[in-house]
Design a protein around this ligand. Sequence first.
Ligand code: DGY
Length: 327
Amino acid sequence: MAKPKILATRPLFPAARAILDAHFDVEYWTVPERISRAELLKRVADKEALVCLLTEKVDQQLLDAAPRLRIAATVSVGFDNIDVPACTRRGVAATHTPGVLDETTADFAWTLLMAIGRRLLEGDAWMRSGTWPGWDLDQLLGGDVWGKTLGILGFGRIGRGVARRALGFRMRVLYSDAVRAPSEDERDLHAEFVDRDRLFRESDFISIHVPLLPDTRHLISKENLEKMKPTAYLINTSRGPVVDEAALVDALENRKIAGAALDVYENEPKVHPGLIPRKDVILAPHMASASVDTRTRMAVMAANNVVAMFDGRRPPNALNADALELK
Ligand code: DGY
């Protein structure tokens, strides 16, 4: 019997390819340039499954172009690239990759936090310029990390991972979330549930771990930036549009906050031009989950979701399994 045809918009990794190749007739997009929208719409036309990235939109237009599609599996935990209700209306399962990137992402939030607080990139640039004159008392003075207050916006798995790492730095941890964490978690992580207003006012570092939803878009607004301490830093490894970049540039220019370290951008891959020349900003290319092990786990997870669907099992990470009544 002919194997179901599927499209993967990247070559993925050998471990994920082995899973897919055993079950499907897979077309991989292998050229270095990412797949264009027109090419994606063309190539998905005869496919029953799509393994895609967060840069590819699975929307009504794509669903209309893919009448045979049964599942869209994004290799990301964030799924703002997928119109889940539209998939559900068409009977298409939508899956993502939760759980496997939490610790790696929490590590990277800390990488940014330490690097911006201690001005590491400025020091690196100075050394490479060949102009460092040697040690001096008042060079590159930054903000302490240990003993300071860390505010975590969004206390899911990644936010909690960030809090756990703060224990070693003897930080005071504040968090806000739509749902309060169980008291054992608060106790174990020494984390205090506060309203957003207090979090903005009292934190020395604010790390963002909320999904992109209508009510988190521009959560970091002019108004909230103005509540922050002038010595505080902002770290974003969640989704770019959570931060109003124009308001952030304004806050930095007017010294309302001390700095920002960003892994994600409002209009990726574009970066607000006002951020680029700033020394009080670190710009990373959406790489928080980019370890070999984690990215492999993500791709394998997406592949296993597709296999489950065609085996007649409920894809373990389906976002609309109940709506589709998948057993
Ligand atoms: C995700 O998975 O949503 C990240 O942004 C990339 O790892």
